[in-house]
Write a protein that binds this ligand. Structure first.
Ligand code: HEC
Ligand code: HEC
Length: 377
């Protein structure tokens, strides 16, 4: 049951699922070839609450639950038979989904205001009694946080983005970048492995990690995404994740803010590490979908926080950019820290090259392998 760590990697990158759960997630994702256009109830065997949600949003919802409760899939699921209701926690979770829907319906105009995480905050047992402090007192909240932009002291978003563009080399230099090839290392479960990242305009990105027994791949082809790893079939990346990843994948992001978001606004300034930043938030259909943190003085993008929609709440992914260096006419980050509620990966780039010829076919999903023949009777 304890698989070698490299079997977990492919999923770790996109779903961030660990341990025995990787095989659960594999069984779950194996369904995916048949998910298109179906509801969860049609695609899966035993759905009683999330019946009407699009089938490919079921796994993002499950991910949201594991993040909120700080548990793994196996807390509720029997390995190899995800449809079974043998575990009490799974039955309880159904009741909780109904309760959450009722709370939001009765109090918050059916918006996703209260979620599993509002109460659970990373633990299966919520704490009802206020916690006694361990060290010095925290300052109490003095006034309600500012809600409108008028109270936020920051330049308009266009100005913050223009400064960032200037800092990295200018809009004209960035507009000339068609492809980027990066090679370096990734730190996974304490091991350092070689990684290659190919990017092309049109939201194409191929990330290849060279494992001892083969390659682990995460790819976006501009419209959809897929992952592959040694000894398992190719999985489709849920479309909600593909949409959310655009802010991370777009090679010319600062030139495309208007295409990616209906609305771009400044949010309250925050600190990233010890740096003061201006925060620019991107909205679609009135909902915040990504936040960008720019160094107040130097102008660099230090952090991207993006949200992936799910039927129960939104899953966050955070990328910290550091070690900006000049490559040809542009400055790009040579260190990325990709973090989710249950994982943290550090990528160090050693070499980067722009405008290397790259065929679109490189990003395309490989044809499915024929199903193995049934064993002889
Ligand atoms: C806290 C409990 C809980 C955790 C943790 C959890 N699930 Fe679920 N899962 C459920 C419940 C409840 C359902 C049924 C939902 C319904 O009836 O609408 C379900 C249904 C499913 C189904 C559909 C199975 C079928 O055929 O009916 C899959 C697939 C699934 N979960 C995968 C996962 C994966 C992968 C993880 C880990 C990332 C996970 N779950 C973590 C509670 C959980
Ligand atoms: C309004 C607060 C609240 C929300 C929202 C909420 N829960 Fe809970 N949940 C609780 C409390 C309180 C308990 C503990 C109940 C008890 O002690 O019997 C609990 C217990 C559970 C348990 C049992 C844990 C165990 O093993 O003892 C599961 C599983 C669970 N919740 C899942 C969920 C899921 C999944 C969601 C989101 C769909 C959710 N909860 C949303 C308050 C909440």
């Amino acid at each position: 049951m304890n698989r070698p760590f490299w079997m977990k990697v492919g999923i770790a990158l996109t779903l961030a699922v660990r341990g025995a759960d990787s095989s659960i997630a594999q069984t779950a994702s194996a369904h995916q070839s048949s998910l298109k256009g179906k509801t969860a109830a049609e695609a899966y065997q035993n759905i009683q609450i999330l019946k009407e949600v699009p089938a490919n949003q079921l796994i993002p919802a499950m991910q949201f639950i594991t993040y909120s409760l700080g548990v793994e899939c196996s807390y509720c699921h029997v390995e190899g038979a995800l449809e079974k209701d043998d575990k009490k926690a799974k039955q309880k979770a159904r009741k909780m989904m109904q309760m959450m829907t009722a709370i939001n319906r009765d109090n918050f105009e059916s918006k996703q205001t209260v979620t599993c995480n509002s109460c659970h905050r990373g633990s299966p047992r919520p704490v009802a009694i206020p916690i006694i402090m361990e060290s010095g007192p925290k300052p109490p909240f003095e006034s309600a946080p500012a809600e409108d932009n008028a109270a936020i002291e920051a330049p308009p978003p266009e100005q913050i983005i223009a400064k960032y563009l200037d800092t990295i080399g200018g809009a004209a230099a960035l507009a000339k970048i068609i492809t980027r090839e990066e090679k370096g290392t990734i730190n996974l479960s304490g091991r350092t492995l070689p990684i290659e990242i190919l990017s092309k305009i049109g939201n194409k990105r191929l990330t290849v990690i060279h494992l001892p027994n083969g390659d682990s791949i995460t790819a976006y082809d501009g419209a959809s995404g897929w992952t592959a790893a040694p000894n398992r079939p190719v999985f489709e990346i849920p479309s909600v994740e593909v949409v959310s990843s655009q802010a991370e994948v777009d090679l010319q992001l600062p030139l495309h803010m208007k295409q990616l978001f209906d609305e771009v606004k400044v949010a309250a300034p925050e600190k990233v590490g010890d740096r003061e930043t201006y925060v620019v938030a991107g909205f679609n259909s009135g909902e915040i979908v990504a936040k960008f943190y720019f160094d107040k003085d130097a102008g660099y993008l230090l952090r991207l926080l993006r949200y992936t929609k799910s039927p129960l709440g939104r899953n966050p992914t955070q990328i910290d950019y550091a070690d900006y260096r000049t490559q040809d006419a542009l400055k790009i980050p040579f260190q990325l820290t990709i973090a989710r509620p249950n994982s943290r990966l550090i990528v160090k780039i050693e070499k980067a090259k722009f405008n290397v010829p790259m065929d679109d076919k490189k990003f395309a999903r490989p044809a499915p392998r024929p199903a193995p023949a049934p064993p002889p009777q």
